[in-house]
Design a protein around this ligand. Structure first.
Ligand code: ATP
Length: 243
């Protein structure tokens, strides 16, 4: 089995009685090692719920979520926090950097929280890869949005996680800067063998992935390999996303 993340019959139900919402309906899917996956779907289709369940940020109502060989179902909050800290990287739309810390301090924060020593040569490699050499002493407020997202990507990579999850990582960036950040994420997959899963509304962003998963009404309804922005946009239109 070459899947880094594996969901089997994962359902997430909110509310009860007439207010019941099925955010995910028995979703079964594997994310292969070293792949770049985009998750798309109309508003309310279950993308955030999928990401949160797959990343151990939320408990499914039923079903199995495995990271590597580890079953997440049944883990308590402390165990999940530890697992996320050590084995998962996150990149959010809002960067979520600590404004009082320098670039280096922000990048190495997950190691500090996990009580792990900084591997200086790995840190240097990451800083170079994300193009932040020469900026390491700056604070987030002194950086552009694209540079801040590069810090967040470096921070997500520093623990050598098994998978990096992105929640609209380019949602707050202008078109050109977004392309730079997507190119970086693509490189991280192609040259470092990192596994990346990214929720996005943007067909251009999705076209950087190897595979696009389409969600509709809590189901994975399609998977598109070798996506182009046009093909993704067309599929979204047929899902009724933009009518
Ligand atoms: N805490 C909650 N309580 C009740 N219903 C919820 C909750 N969170 C999500 N939902 C519902 O679950 C469904 C899926 O929501 P989710 O946020 O996963 O969709 P999404 O595809 O990420 O949407 P968007 O693109 O608008 O962010 C929606 O119908 C939503 O209203």
């Amino acid at each position: 089995m070459n899947d880094v993340v594996r969901l089997d019959a994962v359902s997430k139900v909110y509310g009860r009685g007439p207010n019941t919402v099925f955010a995910l309906r028995e979703v079964s899917i594997g994310i292969p090692h070293g792949s770049f996956t985009a998750v798309m779907g109309p508003s309310g289709s279950g993308k955030s719920t999928f990401l949160h369940c797959a990343a151990g940020l939320d408990h499914p109502s039923s079903g199995s979520v495995r990271l590597g060989g580890t079953e997440l179902a049944g883990m308590n909050e402390t165990e999940l926090t530890e697992l996320r800290r050590k084995r998962i990287g996150f990149v959010f739309q809002a960067f979520n950097l600590v404004s009082s810390l320098t670039v280096t301090e922000n990048i190495t924060l997950p190691l500090k929280l996990a009580g792990v020593r900084v591997d200086r040569s790995w840190l240097e490699e990451i800083v170079n890869r994300v193009g932040l050499a020469g900026r390491t002493g700056h604070r987030p407020g002194e950086l552009s949005g694209g540079q801040q997202q590069r810090v967040a990507i470096a921070r997500a990579l520093v623990t050598r996680p098994e998978v990096v999850f992105g929640d609209e990582p380019t949602g707050a960036l202008d078109t050109i800067t977004a392309r730079d950040v997507l190119t970086l994420l693509r490189e991280v997959v192609t040259t470092m063998g990192q596994t990346v899963v990214m929720v996005t509304h943007d067909p251009v962003a999705a076209s950087y992935a190897d595979t696009v998963l389409f969600l509709a009404d809590g189901n994975v309804v399609d998977a598109m390999a070798a996506p182009s922005a046009e093909k993704v946009a067309d599929r979204m239109t047929r899902l009724g996303a933009w009518v």
